[in-house]
Design a protein around this ligand. Sequence first.
Ligand SMILES: Nc1ncnc2c1ncn2[C@@H]1O[C@H](COP(=O)(O)OP(=O)(O)OP(=O)(O)O)[C@@H](O)[C@H]1O
Ligand SMILES: [Mg+2]
Length: 252
Amino acid sequence: MKSLTIRNLSKTYFDLYAGTNHTAIHDVSLEVAEGDFVAVVGPSGCGKSTILNMIAGFIPLSGGEILVGGRPVKGPGPDRGVVFQSFALFPWKTVLENVAFGPKMRGVGKAEREAIAREYLALAKLTEAANRYPNELSGGMQQRVGVVRALANNPDVLLMDEPFASVDAQTRMTLQEELTRIWQEKRPTVLFITHDVGEAVFLANRVVVLSKGRVLDDIGIDLPRPRSWDALNEDADFKALSNRVLQLVRSA
Ligand SMILES: Nc1ncnc2c1ncn2[C@@H]1O[C@H](COP(=O)(O)OP(=O)(O)OP(=O)(O)O)[C@@H](O)[C@H]1O
Ligand SMILES: [Mg+2]
């Protein structure tokens, strides 16, 4: 695991339809310490995915720099694991093969990569599903496979863009509880993007509020761990923090 540093990041898109430039990100700086869990929230269109896509190396920066473990990012790489809203599993591979794919690409031998995959599947309570194909799983299970597939590749930084947006509310809460548990056990460095304020406060140690391509505020979340919805749903501190972040997002 490594730290993630974003310094004076900016992004200007050329809008093909209007024929003009549009600045989506203005001078964003952000530090995610090694093993930390930071969430970024903000209204639709404020630039969350743009930032994540630049960190992942999918789109070029217009200005500033992005460092992983102190080294500049120069394009996509296995040091950054990415989980999107869409599951993007390989439909022709079993669950086990999907999770073992990253280690396979890194040259890990068959027995070892299958052992790694089984360890992560167990962590996400997916042992039973190891030999199934993605289309035989529910959406929530597919999303869990997506998360552990990224983790099994042992990335320095895990980047997640609304990974639980497409599942029902109950499944979503279960996935959030699992992610906090797995994070506590493995301590990956995580940058998690969501427009769901409760999700951000539940998961993260810090919540960064983004507004029109700028950082509006950065709020520490000192709720105790392990976190569960049973414990936090009615918790006064959780409610107060969520309200504070919500007010900021609404003013963004
Ligand atoms: N490829 C592109 N070309 C031109 N403009 C773009 C492009 N991608 C994003 N934008 C613009 O950049 C701004 C930020 O978009 P982005 O997708 O980063 O927002 P977001 O915060 O992730 O929103 P959402 O919550 O809806 O996912 C928007 O105004 C969007 O229209
Ligand atoms: Mg987005």
